[in-house]
Design a protein around this ligand. Structure first.
Ligand code: CA
Ligand code: CA
Length: 149
């Protein structure tokens, strides 16, 4: 299976909706980026994507990227410095485990959706939703290779 086989308009919309809902829990900005392959260490690559998508451009530095490489069966969750400064080590571990269970069961969209929801709930404690919230980073998922320079 490739990303294009899995992510049709309905699936993209479902995840976008999940992000919009999660961002009503927390001011944290969640993005999902999907590729087919990830040739380097997944956390390093996720950090590269985070920068390439300009995800550091949030006022509280509280962007969160959920990255997944479909063919290579790799995924990662990384947060910006504003999150890392205040949360405990292994903050994302429980979220990753929830996602992994669904991925193993073959439900990629469900796993991503669960991860988005969980990220919103977990960030709420540190970054509650503000009534004057701005959607700082697009809720649309992005798919495809972003080449390293
Ligand atoms: Ca926001
Ligand atoms: Ca957003």
């Amino acid at each position: 299976m490739k990303a294009d086989d899995i992510f049709g308009p309905a699936e993209r919309e479902r995840l976008q909706k999940a992000i919009s809902e999660a961002e009503l829990q927390s001011s944290g900005e969640i993005r999902v980026h999907i590729e087919d392959q990830c040739k380097e260490e997944v956390l390093d690559h996720a950090a590269f994507i985070f920068n390439a998508l300009d995800m550091h451009k949030t006022s509280a530095r509280n962007g969160v990227l959920i990255y997944m490489a479909i063919i290579d069966h790799k995924f990662a969750i990384i947060g910006d410095s504003g999150i890392n400064d205040v949360v405990e080590d292994n903050f994302w571990e429980s979220t990753k485990n929830k996602m992994k269970q669904q991925f193993i069961a073959g439900d990629i969209i469900g796993g991503l959706e669960a991860g988005i929801k969980e990220a919103g709930e977990r960030l709420k404690k540190y970054f509650p939703y503000q009534s004057d919230d701005i959607d700082e980073l697009s809720n649309e998922i992005s798919i495809g290779n972003i080449e390293s320079e």
